[in-house]
Write a protein that binds this ligand. Structure first.
Ligand code: AMP
Ligand code: MG
Length: 312
């Protein structure tokens, strides 16, 4: 069991306190535009081990490193022209790029789980950006929840999941994108989406051309993309048009529920509310959750990716 955690406002004083905790090797949960991240300095084996421990995360699952800008990314990884084009278009924002790790980079090996590549993202949320600037650190930051559970989109979700396993939680309100970053791997001439997210494969292809032909060049490894993830801890039924007697229904569009992803059928709103609704289903007394169908176009692909894993 865990005790109470310190939650502070993400104002100037909270940000200064967070930077100090991080420099000293502590763990701080920080709001980003996707979900709340559990941040620690990425250059220390001990702090990275503390992330894995706090989350109960299998350590073959590498972490995303958050940087303040392109210059910081270039110190850590090899960026080619495509990577720079993607950064120019989508950073700061919810795009993570898997790139070759520079041997000179000051990154603890546990961050990449021993891979020769590293996942980098430059986040847009003003609180996360201020923490990066004030700490002067590259920050490893997976979602701030126990491994396998529903991702946190509010400070209270973090407190409920991690308790005092985290030294400090900065409260920045509800996350606006609400779904984890798109992960794109760039390798040789090819590229591949490893995890669908707020930025779609079509948007990436429009900028750097079509993706890797998986059969021709072999699949890029995506460690940690487990079939079961984001679990609310009870059975989940997808594509439900109504609730059975013992189900908590999460609606979408014309399918009304106890809560709804978006009554108007708006996919961006549905992404922003996805984990909020799963947390509500988890907290409900009903032993089962049913979820209305969500179309798979645009960010709907990322929503359905998460729903499939929540139901697995
Ligand atoms: P998160 O759980 O949001 O921290 O996302 C981390 C995910 O990023 C992992 O589960 C991996 O699938 C992916 N990832 C991180 N680093 C790498 C890497 N070097 N190569 C491939 N995938 C990576
Ligand atoms: Mg996660």
């Amino acid at each position: 069991m865990t005790g109470k955690v310190q939650i502070r406002s993400g104002d100037a004083a909270g940000i200064a306190a967070a930077a100090e905790v991080l420099r000293a090797g502590g763990l701080v949960a920080v709001p980003t535009e996707t979900v709340y991240g559990l941040a620690a300095r990425a250059d220390s084996a001990a702090t990275v081990a503390a992330i894995y421990r706090a989350k109960g995360r299998p350590d073959f699952n590498p972490l995303i490193v958050h940087v303040p800008d392109l210059a910081a990314a270039e110190e850590i990884a090899e960026l080619d022209d495509r990577a720079r084009m993607l950064a120019a278009r989508f950073w700061p924002g919810p795009l993570t790029m898997v790139l070759p790790l520079k041997p000179t980079a000051r990154i603890a090996p546990a961050v990449t789980a021993g891979l020769s590549t590293i996942a980098l993202r430059c986040p847009a949320h003003p609180v996360m950006r201020a923490v990066l600037a004030e700490s002067g650190l590259a920050l490893a930051a997976p979602s701030a929840n126990r491994s396998g559970g529903v991702s946190p989109t509010r400070a209270e979700h973090v407190a409920a999941s991690l308790g005092d396993r985290v030294d400090l939680v900065l409260d920045g309100g509800a996350c606006t994108a609400g779904i984890e970053s798109t992960i794109v791997a760039l390798r040789g001439e090819g590229w591949q989406v490893l995890r669908p997210g707020p930025i779609t494969g079509d948007e990436i292809a429009a900028l750097i051309g079509p993706p890797l032909d998986a059969t021709a060049q072999g699949r890029i490894e995506a460690p940690g993309q487990l079939a079961s993830h984001y679990s609310p801890g009870k059975p989940v039924r997808l594509n439900a048009l109504w609730a059975e007697g013992d189900e908590f229904l999460i609606g979408f569009g014309a399918v009304a529920g106890q809560v709804t992803l978006s009554a108007s059928g708006d996919l961006a709103e549905a992404a922003a509310r996805l984990y909020e609704c799963l947390h509500a289903g988890q907290a409900a007394s009903a032993p089962r959750i049913a979820i209305a169908p969500v179309p798979g176009k645009g960010i709907g692909a990322a929503i359905n990716d998460r729903l499939l894993r929540a139901a697995a």
